[in-house]
Design a binder for this molecule. Structure first.
Ligand SMILES: *Cc1c(COP(=O)(O)O)cnc(C)c1O
Length: 390
């Protein structure tokens, strides 16, 4: 028999969590009370009015049938309403908005839809691993744009070599960012749109954390840049915004040609999301968003608990302006992986090595704040008391 996986699947970059996961399983088996700060998956409940709307829609027989491939009008119009209200940006819900079964699916299928073998895709490094994996599966070439602390974790566009720019077709950005928590102002998006337009490169902005922001900071949309719609799409997700990861609901908005190209691929592969979920998500997007303030201050408070604990360890980390993560430097002399292993061994607290998000994540680790307060406080206490010197 021939090997089951295709060559391209066999060559997928190794899953960097697998070693850590084996260790996690072993520690758990030996009875250690692990606290997992590795996963970004909101612990707080989905707002009740969204669940109530889902239950109501579940009772309509016509909602049991297929959705149209690009999503039901009620949801697409809700996304357009949200963009008008939140960003003062007009979208045509027919052509410039499409339902996704979570934004992860849309990101991966967009790469499939746009990239031919050998095309270059510019990927922030460190970043959400899906960008890189999707490029590999499409036979494309991922070119990293390093995100460095001295630049505030935004790419230095002038550092991208000319020959790379010539072959590049698509670029990804993500702010508020996973894993760095970095946030940007509209000025940065203006610079990005101007730069990529000049070089004829399409732009996909992943705004998974657009509504997870702290204090007075409001995350801009890339589509607020007047010219953006000519080259850019934005991915959005209800997952982190409304604590709805398991619902699998997101959207893509912006450049009509890109949205419709993604539609071509998706209409051949899937049949869109369950109608009651789209309608519940529509209710979420058209709701009074100030209801998210309490949730966001919980994350911010957790961030402070953790940064204080890290400070006691001699590790300087800042609570970002958004996202559900802390991005902290590992102590001198240790690799990210070695540090995370030591922390797990000593304390039973699981944190993610920066290298899981790309080679420029070396020297950092990521802490997820999406665990209940009491567990986070317990994790912070344990970390304060590690016996190894940092
Ligand atoms: C969680 C996350 C997503 C995935 O969102 P889904 O809509 O649940 O697929 C996309 N991008 C980033 C950066 C994320 O952290």
């Amino acid at each position: 028999m021939k090997a089951v996986p295709s060559q391209i699947v066999k060559e997928l970059p190794p899953y960097l969590f697998s070693g850590l996961n084996r260790k996690k399983a072993a520690l758990r088996k030996s009875g250690i009370d692990l606290i997992d700060l590795g996963i970004g998956d909101p612990d707080l409940p989905t707002p009740a009015f969204i669940v109530d709307k889902l239950i109501k829609e579940l009772k309509h027989p016509q909602n049991m049938r297929y959705s149209t491939f690009n999503g039901c009008p009620e949801y697409r119009e809700a996304v357009a309403d949200f963009y008008l209200k939140q960003y003062n940006t007009k979208l045509n819900p027919e052509q410039e908005v499409m339902t996704l079964i979570g934004s992860k699916e849309g990101i991966a299928n967009l790469v499939q839809a746009m990239i031919d073998p050998g095309d270059i895709v510019l990927i922030p490094d460190p970043s959400y691993p899906v960008y890189r994996m999707a490029v590999h599966l499409a036979g494309g070439v991922a070119h990293p744009m390093p995100l460095l602390p001295e630049k505030g974790f935004v790419p230095d566009f002038t550092a991208i070599p000319t020959n790379v720019l010539k072959r590049a077709k698509l670029s990804f950005l993500n702010y508020p960012g996973n894993p760095t928590g970095a946030c940007v102002d509209l000025d940065f998006f203006e610079e990005a749109v101007h730069f990529f337009k000049k070089h004829g490169i399409y732009l996909a902005h992943d705004s998974a954390y657009n509504l997870v922001t702290y204090g007075n900071y409001k995350a801009p949309s890339i589509l607020e840049v007047p010219d953006a719609n000519s080259i850019a799409v934005e991915f959005g997700s209800l997952s982190k915004a409304f604590n709805m990861t398991g619902f699998r609901i997101g959207y893509v908005v912006g450049n009509e040609e890109i949205v419709q190209t993604l539609h071509t691929v998706k209409s051949n592969l899937d049949s869109c999301q369950f109608l009651p979920i789209q309608k519940a998500a529509a209710a979420a997007l058209t709701s009074d968003l100030s209801l998210l303030n309490d949730r966001n201050s919980i994350y911010e408070k957790r961030g402070r608990v953790m940064t204080n604990a890290l400070e006691a360890l001699g590790i300087k980390a800042q609570v970002p302006k958004g996202s559900i993560f802390l991005w902290a430097p590992v102590p001198d002399g240790l690799t990210s992986a070695a540090f995370c292993e030591k922390v797990m061994d000593e304390t039973g607290v699981v944190v993610t090595p920066g290298t899981a998000f790309g080679e420029h994540g070396e020297g950092y680790f990521r802490i997820s704040l999406s665990v209940p307060d009491d567990r986070l406080i317990e994790a912070a206490e344990r970390m304060k008391n590690v016996s190894f010197k940092v």
